[in-house]
Write a protein that binds this ligand. Structure first.
Ligand SMILES: Cc1cc2nc3c(=O)[nH]c(=O)nc-3n(C[C@H](O)[C@H](O)[C@H](O)COP(=O)(O)O)c2cc1C
Length: 479
């Protein structure tokens, strides 16, 4: 490793100097202000108060039952989300709207043969009661459910990938075993899928959720549709067509569930897929062969090694025009550019060594949110990609919220190892360094190898399991 990780800095001043070298225009507060500072301030949405500026990102655990219902481990994760102190619970985790839309056989899904709404209600109640038993009130808690179809990355059973794609991709097709048009979803199949999203929203509403996230990120189906420039018909080609499925889905949900808010988590920028290159470092290999690059959303057509926010900003304006008030911005995909999607010091087993100091990608997330927020200030924004900041996460988070660059700071991997970080920060406690996520990526390597996710290095609950031993053996294998 040729870079110093944030955890190797013992003093915030040293980290701030490193951060300044990476991103001179970004900042880091040297003093934390606790609950009276920016992170403790309530946020007003029309008709709704959210108690503070911490969000919990959706984090699935590959640990649902074969019927698509929550297991003990799923409930434990949501219980920890509830005791975190964060007041915005963005989706809990991705719940597939159909069995064939699951990204793995253990993903939660809307199963017409099981009582999915009861399972979703139990998750929400578990979260609420953990919040109350940790001494917090619930009236300023805003809880949603993330609805998904995994599209290209569908893997619903033991048989392996069963991709359903929006368009043929020159690099990703081979990665998921697509060699013909048979995997393409037809327009009629997409039309039918809208009803499944509505059924998912109905289940969320009946289980008491405040909102649903019509997920458009990380390479899954609705994200892929946003980039379906080479597709013909009503769902491909022009920006208008590529956003049609999303718009129709949102309208249909609203018509059926008038009391339910609709929000979106979107990969607002993207890059050409990366592969291991020299010394197993990630590189966007072969990008020149595919110019002009018409295979994604938020990626430059001239140089797909660069994010292009032109259409992304158009998309955000469209959200505002459609009365969507809250967005969660993320970048890329954990399948084809994980260094961007979840910056880490140590790659997952199907990844590659970081191409550069991962703080560059954290900075990219923060910059993109700043640009989007200043272009479309009517929306409220949740930022992503903060976990790699490690013990200095609260300092950067406080800076961004305090300066008005972002409205909420979301926690992904950090919440698996250190669920009560928001509470500690708000009550002015010192950060518990032993609980800080060091981005070993075991929470991704586990599921990539058929194991449940969880923080194997730091969470005793996972550390002691036979799965932890299996994971260790997998990581010791050469190659
Ligand atoms: C184990 C694991 C599960 C995840 N599950 C989801 C999910 O269900 N939905 C989603 O939108 N993102 C999911 N993500 C991505 C995270 O929400 C988040 O974007 C990512 O970890 C980067 O944020 P961080 O730097 O705080 O970890 C997952 C990430 C991990 C590591």
């Amino acid at each position: 490793m040729e870079f110093k990780t944030p955890g190797q800095h013992k003093r915030v001043e040293d980290f701030a100097a490193h951060w300044k070298l990476i991103a001179p225009e970004l900042g880091c507060d040297l003093e934390l202000e606790g609950g009276s500072g920016p992170l403790g301030q309530a946020f007003e949405l029309p008709g709704r108060t959210i108690g503070n500026r911490w969000a919990i990102h959706p984090m699935e655990g590959w640990d649902g039952t074969p019927d698509g219902l929550p297991s003990e481990n799923t409930l434990r994760r949501w219980q920890r989300f509830g005791m975190s102190g964060a007041k915005l619970i963005w989706g809990g985790e991705a719940v597939a709207v159909s069995a064939d839309g699951r990204a793995n056989p253990n993903q939660l899904y809307l199963n017409p043969k099981a009582d999915s709404a009861a399972g979703l209600a139990l998750l929400r109640e578990t979260l609420l009661s953990a919040h109350v038993s940790s001494g917090m009130e619930t009236k300023d808690l805003y809880i949603g459910l993330q609805l998904t179809h995994s599209g290209r990355f569908a893997r619903p059973g033991a048989a392996g990938p069963q991709p359903r794609i929006a368009y043929r991709h020159p690099v990703l097709d081979a990665r998921v075993g697509v060699d013909s048009d048979a995997a393409l979803l037809s327009d009629a199949e997409l039309d039918d899928l809208i009803e499944l999203y509505v059924a998912g929203a109905r289940a969320a509403a009946s289980a008491g959720y405040d909102f649903v996230d019509v997920k458009c990120c990380h390479g899954y189906l609705l994200h892929e549709l946003l980039g379906a420039k080479t597709r013909g018909g009503p769902y491909g080609g022009s920006f208008e067509n590529r956003t049609r499925f999303f718009r129709r889905t949102v309208s249909a949900i609203r018509a059926e569930c008038p009391g339910l808010d609709v929000v979106v988590r979107v990969s607002i920028g993207d890059l050409h897929p990366f592969s291991p290159g020299a010394e197993h470092r990630g590189e966007p290999l072969g990008w020149r062969e595919h110019l002009p690059y018409r295979f994604g959303f938020g990626v430059s057509e001239e140089d797909p090694r660069e994010i292009d926010l032109g259409e992304s900003i158009e998309f955000l304006r469209m959200l505002s025009d459609h009365d969507i008030r809250l967005v969660n911005l993320t970048l890329g995909s954990p399948y084809y550019n994980p260094h961007l999607q979840r910056p880490a010091a140590y790659p997952p087993s199907d990844g590659y060594q970081p191409p550069e100091d991962p703080l560059h990608q954290v900075a990219e997330h923060i910059r993109v949110v700043r640009q989007c927020r200043s272009a479309v200030p009517e929306l409220a924004y949740v930022g992503t990609g903060y976990t790699y900041l490690q013990e200095w996460l609260p300092n950067v988070a406080q800076h961004e919220v305090g300066a008005g660059h972002v409205d909420f700071v979301g926690l992904g991997r950090m919440v698996l190892s250190y669920p009560d970080l928001p509470r500690d920060v708000l009550s002015g406690e010192r950060i518990a360094r032993k609980k800080v996520c060091r981005t070993f990526s075991d929470c991704t390597t586990g599921p990539r190898n058929g194991l449940p996710s969880g923080c194997y290095p730091l969470d005793e609950h996972y550390k002691k399991t036979p799965d932890a031993k299996t994971l260790k053996q997998i990581k010791e294998q050469p190659g």
